[in-house]
Design a protein around this ligand. Structure first.
Ligand code: FUB
Length: 323
């Protein structure tokens, strides 16, 4: 029986799956949602994650295994709370878990923890990666070995609080007729513990080359960036947040500008959408989450996956998660 479009595990709540393939197996790096009855608000206070579990599947037909806790907040010196959506990068023979969390001042930063196995355990660095901010890191190792990190998320993710280059607790999104905020991109060193280039906002433009506007909520960037390469083209996909779509834009360069192409998935049950895209044995898969397992409670989510298909022109066929 196929695992597709079903909760991959049900004994804990999981979200924000970053999927990777190592040695013929699929590894999934999700957030771990903790059930509670506290406040649910635009700051994301309901997302109270404290640790990471690594999931794995021997194949797309195999059961999903929870390999247990790979990193806990109590072992990360710089973190105060909310270890949100992580990613993983394999470089220099080591596995690097890259994750966002609030520092001791309540500001989201991105940190790294390192291990010898894809399932951890991971040893956290003493401090976050200098020069980082916000949430939702996606680490993309290009064919030439250059390591790019894309990151940033609005509202609870604080991206709009960095428009001046400094953290401004009163920072606001641009006016609706101004260019939307977009994810940061920066290069990481090969140990994945330092930035080696200045972060900049990538450009996401429409078919006429104009930046998407902040009021264009069906298309503009909100959070959850993912980068993959298909037939030599770079695909930057992300969540539109308030309108709950997963969408994508493409470029000939990993640093853009990216031209908006369309919707890759219709809204799921629950407010957030967050995904990753991975190739496995010649087919492509979308890993995502919804809140089906909790009947729609936003912070009790479950990770799922489904096959993703491309049309001959390289566009992605839009997925309806429940058809
Ligand atoms: O899981 C916490 C936050 O919710 C993530 O960082 C966002 O992408 C959204 O899924």
């Amino acid at each position: 029986m196929s695992n597709q479009r079903k909760p991959l595990i049900t004994h804990i709540f999981t979200a924000d799956p970053s999927a990777h393939v190592f040695n013929g197996k699929i590894y999934i790096y999700p957030s771990h949602d903790i059930p509670h009855d506290g406040e649910d608000n635009d700051e994301g206070d309901e997302y109270l994650m404290e640790d990471y579990h690594v999931l794995s599947m021997d194949s797309v037909e195999s059961p999903c295994v929870d390999n247990g806790e790979a990193l806990h907040m109590k072992d990360v010196k710089w973190v105060s709370k909310q270890m949100w959506a992580p990613d993983l990068a394999y470089t220099n023979g080591k596995y690097h878990l890259i994750f966002p969390a609030r520092d001791k001042n309540g500001i989201f930063r991105i940190g790294a923890a390192h291990g010898e196995s894809p399932i951890g355990p991971f040893r956290p660095d003493d401090d976050c990666i200098k020069g980082t901010c916000s949430i939702d890191p996606c680490v993309f190792v290009d064919d030439d070995g250059i390591i790019y990190m894309f990151y940033g998320g609005l509202w609870g993710g604080q991206l709009e609080k960095w428009v001046t280059g400094q953290f401004d607790p009163n920072g606001k999104e641009p006016a609706r007729d101004k260019p939307a905020l977009t994810p940061f991109c920066a290069q990481l060193n090969s140990d994945c513990n330092a930035l080696v280039s200045e972060p900049f906002h990538v450009r996401i433009v429409d078919e006429n080359g104009n930046d998407l506007l902040a009021g264009d909520e069906d298309r503009r960037y909100f959070e959850g960036p993912w980068m993959h390469k298909y037939n030599g083209t770079y695909y930057l996909s992300y969540s539109t947040g308030t309108t709950h779509y997963l969408v994508y834009a493409t470029s000939d360069s990993p640093t853009g500008p990216f031209t908006f192409r369309g919707r890759l998935m219709e809204p799921v049950i629950g407010w957030t959408t967050h995904h990753s895209i991975v190739e496995y044995e010649g087919k492509w898969y979308l890993f995502y989450h919804d809140a089906e397992l909790s009947n729609g409670i936003n912070h009790r989510r479950c990770v799922k996956f489904t096959e993703l298909k491309y049309a001959p022109d390289g566009s992605i066929v839009t997925i309806d998660p429940y058809k």
